[in-house]
Ligand binder design. Structure first.
Ligand code: AFD
Ligand code: MN
Length: 388
């Protein structure tokens, strides 16, 4: 059986990165619903992220999205974060919200548009130099809507050319995290649609290019844990964008749609060294809280990741390996399900108390008065959104 003190140490040192855009207004193509107290600036987003970290104890990093989080002085933003025990995390490029990108960005048929997109990607690396970020997260909305619209292979060549140029710009401690998505916003082809395409490009680029698995970016029924185990085996799992989906939009709280799937993913992470900080797997949230209160939703999401991780750490790996070796199907499955069916909330409450935290982070946040404070003090001005 696992050593509980080891399990608790891993849980106490685990880190989850929260997204700046998870604190701002968001919605669907039908409507963006505003909420009271929403931040108006990247600085206020960091104030909210600091609250999440205050009550979870494991979310010191915040991903930024450029241009949504554009500021005059990124060094000052990083300092503002540090004053709140935060660090700026992945820099997310955005080459999907400009009229020029209607037919794609780095895959666009017009070299002038490709140059513009590449310029943005290189600007993001400049920002990483200022913020101290190590991760450049690249998700491309590039694709086509109709057969014949563009050359499928030619677009891969254009993508590779841009990725190569960005890769050459990276500093020694920086990396590209290339993210795939099987569809949306394009309807016929997506230029980085699956893990195989992302992996192939990262393999050619080199050691400083790895794949991001966004848990909402797969066709229904996809075995995501297989992808995770395979990328870990190849040293190409750069990180996760955690979220949930029932059908298409993938912005729901991680673990809310399928906690068993999240457990199976974290089981592969835990058993294959993915929780070791040296492996460099970034556990990021990528969610939009369209109708639910944002800060508690981020806290709940972090708790869901913690619960899946705790269950994965409780798998009796010796008994599992023995049952697998003997071909004892039922026993092997039972060992895994025994861990999954364990209520780990008391264990996590203990970990939080030992960290000097409220054992119930949501209750702690609710009684903090922060929601009332931001509703009152952020009543005017332009609320932050994601400019869709
Ligand atoms: C969108 C994309 C992708 C990306 C995120 C942040 O689908 O998941 O990671 O925006 O840029 O959700
Ligand atoms: Mn994502």
């Amino acid at each position: 059986m696992p050593d509980i003190s080891v399990v608790k140490n891993v849980l106490a040192s685990q880190q989850v990165e929260t997204p700046s855009w998870g604190y701002g207004n968001s919605g669907t193509r039908f409507k963006v619903f505003s909420q009271p107290g929403v931040p108006r600036t990247p600085f206020e987003k960091l104030e909210d992220a600091a609250k999440v970290h205050e009550f979870t104890g494991i979310t010191p990093k915040v991903s930024l999205h450029i241009p949504w989080d554009r500021v005059e002085d990124y060094t000052a933003l990083a300092k503002f974060a540090a004053e709140r025990e935060l660090k700026l995390g992945a820099i997310n490029a955005n080459v999907f919200q400009d009229d020029d990108y209607k037919l794609g960005s780095v895959c666009h048929p017009d070299p002038a548009v490709r140059r513009k997109a590449l310029g943005h990607l290189l600007e993001c690396v400049d920002i990483m130099d200022a913020t101290g970020s190590s991760d450049l997260k690249l998700w491309f909305a590039d694709g086509t809507n109709y057969p014949g619209q563009d050359d499928i292979r030619g677009r891969q060549d254009r993508l590779a050319e841009a990725l190569n140029t960005v890769y050459e710009r990276l500093g020694d401690d920086q990396r590209i995290l290339l993210e795939y998505k099987f569809f949306e916003p394009a309807f016929y082809t997506t230029d980085v649609p699956d893990w195989g395409t992302a992996y192939a490009h990262c393999l050619k680029l080199g050691d400083k290019a790895q794949v991001v698995v966004d848990t909402g970016h797969h066709a229904p029924g996809t075995n995501i844990e297989f992808i995770v185990a395979t990328l870990l085996r190849e040293g190409k799992l750069g990180g996760f964008d955690f979220n949930s989906r029932f059908y298409a939009d993938d912005d729901l709280m991680v673990g809310s749609a399928d906690p068993f799937q999240l457990f199976r993913i974290m089981h592969e992470v835990a058993k294959n060294g993915g929780l070791d900080p040296a492996t460099g797997v970034a556990f990021m949230l990528d969610q939009c809280h369209n109708i639910e209160a944002k800060i508690p939703a981020v806290i709940r999401s972090v708790m869901n990741v913690q619960e899946a991780t705790a269950k994965a750490l409780l798998v009796d790996s010796e008994a599992l390996t023995a049952a697998q070796a003997e071909g004892d199907v039922l026993e092997a499955n039972a060992v895994l399900m025994d861990a999954y069916n364990t209520d780990v909330r008391p264990l996590l409450a203990e970990v939080r108390e030992e960290l000097g935290l409220n054992p119930d982070p949501i209750a702690g946040y609710r009684s903090s008065g922060w929601a009332e404070h931001i509703t009152e003090t952020r009543a005017d001005g332009q609320q932050a959104g994601w400019g869709a």
